[in-house]
Design a protein around this ligand. Structure first.
Ligand code: ADP
Length: 897
């Protein structure tokens, strides 16, 4: 493996050797299959895999492999190039591969040089061996010759012996000759021994030569093997180069191509032969630049990642990164450059795709933003539409209710005249239809309010028992008409005064009781109110409305609380109604934390029961005697109606006439104020929208400029808007929704005029206390709560107390003023002292008491300052206002007893 393999796996070379290659991939099975495929097919290209570093880092690679073989064409293994897909790490790997290649070439050259030397040595040894062999042959021939000579001598010796024998006499003569001959023989023998010794040496030499030859043969064999390995190595290197998918080219110092791999052939479309010895820069689109780049390689030794473009002979262009490094001979002289032109087509494609993707993403973002803006616009439009719908509903209700008001009102008026039976019948029908229409309009308005999330719940103290009783009065006529009985069961354990929303409670009970009346033809309707739970601060009350009517089929019970749902399709035809009532009831109960249930048996009757929580209040128990019932006896009430529409004026006239009240009409606020200045009225019914001076402006003027606290009831057609809050803010006491329900109008007038004390208690305990307190301060300085408690609401006693105040205060104020002017300190001190307790009794602010105390102090100190003079003036104003208020209270109480 190369260093890149070590880097990418994090495993060193020693460890890598002998391990399974596929173990280093995230998908070992796939890797194994791939290189098996390389074995079977000879090569494999660009299979994507992921290498797994020992420390877990992943590297996406393209797996390229090709087999390498021995001389006989037997496959020895596979060279694999795992090309890193992302990043520039491949350049590093390539450099390493180049180095490795250079190193392998060096090694190869070394082995070849060694081989030449070894061959020379072998030749020399062979020569030597030949020489020795020749010498040995000569020595052998000599030996043979010597042996023959010996035999010759021996034969000569025999002859000599014979001669010796023959020449006994000659013996002595010959003895000398024999000695010589013996000596000669001895010499010859010695020579023979010498030759034998030489032969031994020659043999040893021969043996040595043989051993040497064998050694040479081993060396030869080793050399051959070495040669083979070198061949294999170069094969391996070649495979390595060929496995590279990037063009690899070597060029000489002239810039001419000396060698190249297959990728170069593929990318240029030229054969190896054509490429060889041509100028490398010829194959680039920018030849000058290419030339400069490889000249730079020669100068600097290497160059990395110079972008260039290769041109195929058919014109196809391939973007590459030009990497080169020089290679040298043994002496270190540069003999050429190895160039790897890294094909970055894929990379570029990916980069382009990335750019495209980014452009698309930006486009998508733009579109999304556009969509968002559209959605916001749509929301804005929708919100406006909701607002517009609400406004429309509110306007429409006003528009419809005003004429309806007139229709119903005048029908009633005509009904009171002499009529034929038929005429009466028709008019009754008109009135009934009108009533139904008004109920429908109110229901739709309520639903619109629920839809718009505008349904708000008040927290006002109210007397539950009397409030419910008064409301049930409304059904008396109807119940009598139908010959039914109304039974009220009220749990007396329920605290008398509770804090909650009486208007909504009325609306709920009204709906349920009117259903009970509508769907019952005989029997009774029972309204029971029970205390379910009580703790120190709260109570939970259960209200049940039971009838003996037609009942509701079981399968319909779940549906009737939905909008526009009736128990049967015939209901509307037979009994009227829209199916909205119960839906509204539910919307009024649940947001207040309550629940509603229904139990019903067909043809036996139904019970609708609901629970609601109320806050307890420790408002005085004395009030309990005061339960106000509708009092038809109240007369002599002077009402000022401020209303610009003639129809409504006429209607109000007929209604008030019916009640037996005195009434005056003013067309607008301005006229109303004029009338108020000239005549006393008990109560004002004030329309809001009028020309010249509207209801709000008129009320403001009455409260702030005229300093009058005469009760004012607003007549409003629009209960969904902010008008109600505005009514309170300018100091109106109550409001009535148009069309005016005569019973509600009556009870409101009566309750305001009859219960000034209770109104004030309520005001004080109201949630919007501060706001009301401000309104009250503007309009009222006195408050009869204390007096109420002291006198246990005894009207006579209260009147006596008020009379006393009215009698005493103006003279005291005069005395204070005069004594201050005269600096009569004793008198001033006494008068101030006398007036002080009256503030608390009449429920006036402690600030006023403190003002009087300051005046007293200045009397003691006997000094008159500007501040005291101002205080006296202020006190005069307040006390006179208090007198006016108390006079009114006095009148009211007087009227109620
Ligand atoms: P509406 O009375 O205008 O039809 P509601 O929402 O008040 O609409 O009532 C829905 C339906 O529930 C009625 O149409 C009627 O079928 C049934 N229902 C309500 N109250 C009673 C009752 N007390 N007795 C019998 N059926 C009732």
């Amino acid at each position: 493996m190369n260093e890149a393999t070590v880097n990418i796996t994090g495993v060193n070379r020693e460890r890598l050797i002998g391990t399974d290659f596929f173990d280093y991939f995230t998908e070992p099975e796939k890797a194994k299959e791939l290189y098996q495929e390389a074995f079977t097919k000879g090569s494999i290209t660009d299979s994507p895999l992921t290498l797994l570093h020992r420390k877990g880092k992943l590297t996406d690679v393209l797996f390229n492999g090709s087999v390498y073989k021995d001389d006989h064409g037997n496959v020895l293994g596979v060279v694999i190039v795992s090309r890193e897909i992302a990043g520039q790490k491949w350049a590093l790997d390539l450099k390493i591969a180049n180095k490795e290649l250079a190193y392998q070439n060096d090694e190869k050259e070394k082995r070849a040089a060694e081989l030449v030397i070894a061959n020379k040595e072998l030749a020399y040894q062979n020569d030597e061996k030949g020489k020795r062999a020749d010498e040995l042959i000569i020595a052998n021939k000599e030996l043979v010759f010597q042996n023959k000579e010996k035999e010759n001598r021996a034969a000569e010796l025999v002859i000599a012996n014979k001669e010796l024998l023959f020449q006994n006499k000659e013996k002595e003569k010959r003895a000398d000759e024999l000695i010589i001959a013996n000596k000669e023989l001895l010499f010859q023998n010695k020579e023979k021994e010498k030759r034998a010794a030489e032969l031994v040496i020659a043999n040893k030499e021969l043996l040595f030569q043989k051993e040497e030859k064998e050694k040479r043969e081993i060396v030869n064999k080793e050399l051959k093997e070495l040669n083979n390995t070198a061949k294999l190595d170069s094969q391996y290197t070649l495979s390595l180069i060929e496995a590279s998918r990037d063009p690899l080219v070597t060029i000489n110092t002239q810039g001419k191509i000396t060698d190249m791999n297959e990728a170069t052939v593929t990318i240029t479309g030229m054969s190896r032969e054509e490429l060889k010895d041509t100028y490398f820069f010829d194959y680039f689109t920018e030849q000058q630049k290419a030339r400069e780049v490889y000249q730079e390689v020669f100068e600097k030794g290497s160059v990395a990642d110079s972008p260039l473009t290769l041109r195929h002979k058919n014109g196809k262009l391939t973007d590459v990164l030009f990497n080169g490094s020089v290679y040298k001979n043994e002496k270190g002289n540069v003999i050429g450059v190895v160039v790897v032109a890294r094909d970055i087509t894929d990379q570029k494609k990916i980069a382009n795709e990335l750019i495209e993707a980014r452009v698309f993403a930006e486009l998508a973002t733009e579109i999304a933003e556009g969509a968002k803006i559209n959605a916001e616009n749509a929301t804005f439009i929708a919100e406006n539409a909701v607002k517009a719908k609400q406004q429309f509903l509110s306007n429409m209700s006003h528009e419809i209710r005003t004429p309806m008001n007139a229709i119903i009102g005048f029908t009633k008026v005509v009904l009171k005249t002499d009529l034929t039976t038929k005429q009466k019948e028709y008019l009754d029908a008109i009135k009934m239809s009108g009533d139904a229409l008004i109920v429908l309009i109110n229901d739709i308005l309520d639903l619109a309010k629920v839809d718009a999330g505008k349904m708000t719940f008040e927290k006002t103290p109210f007397k539950m028992k009397s409030s419910i009783a008064a409301m049930l009065h409304l059904f008396e006529t109807k119940i009598q008409e139908k010959n039914l009985r109304l039974i009220q069961e009220y749990d007396n354990k329920i605290p008398k005064i509770l804090i909650g929303d009486p208007v909504r409670l009325h609306q709920i009970i009204l709906n349920l009781v009117s259903n009970a009346v509508k769907f019952t033809t005989k029997g009774k309707i029972t309204v029971s109110v029970d205390l379910l739970h009580e703790d120190t601060d709260n109570v939970i009350i259960q209200f049940s409305i039971t009838d003996t009517g037609i009942g509701i089929p079981e399968e319909k019970i779940g549906k009737i609380f939905e909008n526009f749902q009736q128990a049967s399709s015939g209901t509307s035809r037979l009994y009227g109604g829209t199916g909205l009532g119960l839906a509204i009831v539910k919307q009024l109960i649940e947001p207040q934390g309550g629940t509603i249930r229904v139990k019903s048996n067909l043809n036996e009757g139904s019970t609708f029961s609901f629970t609601l929580g109320f806050q307890k209040t420790n408002t005085d128990a004395e009030l309990e005697n005061e339960i106000m019932e509708l009092d038809s006896e109240i007369k002599n009430i002077k009402v000022l109606v401020v209303e610009d529409i003639a129809l409504n004026q006429l209607l109000m006239k007929t209604l008030l006439d019916d009640f037996g009240f005195d009434r005056d009409i003013a067309e607008n606020g301005k006229i109303a104020i004029e009338k108020l200045k000239n005549k006393d009225y008990d109560i004002i019914l004030m329309d809001l929208q009028m020309p010249e001076m509207n209801g709000f402006e008129a009320t403001e003027y009455i409260r702030n400029t005229m300093n009058s606290n005469i009760p004012i009831i607003a007549l409003t057609a629009d209960v969904t808007t902010v008008d109600l809050a505005k009514c309170k803010a300018v100091g109106m006491n109550d409001y009535l929704a148009k069309p005016i329900d005569e019973r509600v109008l009556y009870s409101k007038i009566v309750s305001i005029l009859k219960k000034p004390k209770l109104t004030k208690v309520n005001t004080k305990l109201n949630e919007n206390r501060e706001e009301k307190e401000i309104a009250k301060k503007k309009i009222k300085h006195t408050d009869l709560v204390y007096l109420n408690q002291r006198t246990k609401s005894n009207p006579k006693l209260m009147m006596e107390m008020i009379s006393l105040y009215l009698a005493q205060t103006p003279p005291l104020i005069t005395t204070i003023k005069q004594s201050l002017a005269e600096k009569n300190w004793t008198l001033l001190g006494a008068a101030a002292h006398k007036i002080i307790p009256s503030f608390a009794i009449m429920g006036m602010s402690p600030d006023f008491e403190n003002m009087a105390k300051k005046i007293q102090d200045s009397a003691i100190a006997q000094e008159k300052t500007d501040e005291i003079a101002d205080l006296v003036l202020e006190l005069e104003k307040i006390c006179l206002q208090a007198c006016i208020e108390l006079q009114e209270e006095f009148n009211t109480i007087k009227n109620t007893i």
